[in-house]
Design a protein around this ligand. Structure first.
Ligand SMILES: [Zn+2]
Length: 387
């Protein structure tokens, strides 16, 4: 018989008992030799089961998510394995992140209709690897389904970002904008050419609904109820979101800055993320945790220290300002990459992690295809930390 050898350094230890134990379906399993079984391929997270003899393999085969722990013990007993050994083996598999609890997954995801859950299968699989305790990945997905995100801007970045969030299981994704779809708004992941001339908000609603697997916008159940995924509420009376993304169509989200709307969110304690594409550069961040991390005002003050004329320039570059270029540049692939990176930051925040866009921001360049992170310490003169 064998035991799981922890080859990674920092897997969370859960100790949580799996009610209906299942070997994590998201993990690959490959034999290093005739008796050594490896789960996963990431060198940082892979686990190796040494001395996996025939009896242990038979034991692993019992962990199919159909049997509860008692049934596993009974079946293992017929293999000649005593209950205390089985319990310890299950606990060790759970501690090393190899075990899922099929019962917990079912309980967590009861609010999702089967078609929606099927679409989210790969996302759930990913979450189950990022959050090793049995059932923890499903709990994260259920929390996403209860979350509400507001995206301000339905351009190449904003609409694609909203679609990515809806497709990742965020329950309510609202897109706020005005006017009608212009050719410059279109992108393969967001608004489409077939939507030209339509209201931007209505078109974005369709894109979000499609990403969430709903047949048509406006035909779903009422918004904002836990477990009801992929809604887009009416923009005229948006309820308080868990997070707001500033993705204005003109790309000025890349400048951050102390906008009135951002100050209102700071006062209200609503986390918010800036993103946009200007010229050849896509920017994602900062993600502002009000009172706990650098804000858009910190960005403006930091840039003003590097370039004393920046405040005057920023005033002319803001939405509708006289300094805006006649035909703003926005590489389609860059906008798509920026939307994806921004969506990842939002999801990390919703999932309870601390994204690297907090106290920092990413720059993605169309000149070399590189993404770089810039540090952004809170600025002492900003006041966003003042009580
Ligand atoms: Zn600040």
């Amino acid at each position: 018989m064998s035991t799981v050898q922890t080859e990674q350094r920092a897997l969370p230890r859960s100790g949580a008992a799996a009610v209906r134990p299942l070997l994590k379906p998201a993990l690959s399993r490959a034999w290093r030799d005739g008796r050594t079984l490896q789960f996963g391929t990431d060198p940082e997270r892979a686990q190796v089961v040494a001395e996996a003899d025939e009896r242990y393999r038979s034991f692993l085969a019992l962990l199919d998510g159909e049997r509860d722990t008692s049934a596993v013990e009974a079946a293992a007993g017929r293999l000649g394995l005593a209950p205390p050994y089985v319990r310890e083996a299950l606990a060790e598999l759970a501690r090393t992140g190899l075990l899922e609890d099929a019962g917990a997954v079912e309980r967590e995801l009861t609010g999702l209709v089967p078609s929606r859950r099927a679409l989210l299968g790969p996302d759930l699989a990913s979450l189950s690897l990022l959050h090793p305790p049995p059932g923890a990945g499903a709990a994260k997905l259920a929390a996403r389904a209860r979350a509400r995100v507001e995206v301000r801007g339905a351009g190449r970045v904003g609409a694609a970002l909203a679609a990515a969030l809806a497709a990742a299981g965020v329950g309510a994704v609202a897109v706020l904008d005005e006017g009608r779809v212009h050719p410059a708004d279109c992108s393969p992941a967001g608004l489409g050419p077939e939507q030209l001339g339509r209201s931007r908000v209505g078109a974005a609603r369709e894109v979000v609904a499609r990403a969430a697997g709903r047949p048509a916008a406006g035909t779903g159940p009422p918004t904002g109820q836990p477990g009801q995924s992929g809604h887009l509420e009416r923009p005229e009376r948006p309820p308080r979101p868990d997070l707001v993304v500033f993705a204005p169509r003109d790309g000025s989200g890349a400048f951050a800055g102390p906008a009135v709307a951002a100050r209102a969110l700071l006062r209200a304690g609503v986390p918010h993320l800036y993103t946009g594409v200007v010229e050849h550069l896509g920017v994602v961040g900062p993600l502002v945790l009000p009172g706990a991390s650098a804000c858009g005002g910190c960005v403006a003050l930091t840039r003003a220290e590097q370039d004393s004329a920046w405040p005057q320039l920023l005033a002319q570059l803001a939405d509708g300002g006289p300094g805006r270029p006649p035909e703003p540049a926005c590489d389609g692939a860059l906008a798509t990459a920026v939307a994806g990176l921004a969506a990842l930051q939002v999801l990390l925040q919703l999932d309870g992690a601390r994204p690297l866009s907090v106290d920092g921001y990413f720059e993605v360049s169309a000149a070399d295809g590189m993404a770089r992170r810039r540090r952004l310490p809170p600025h002492l003169d900003c006041g966003c930390f003042w009580r």
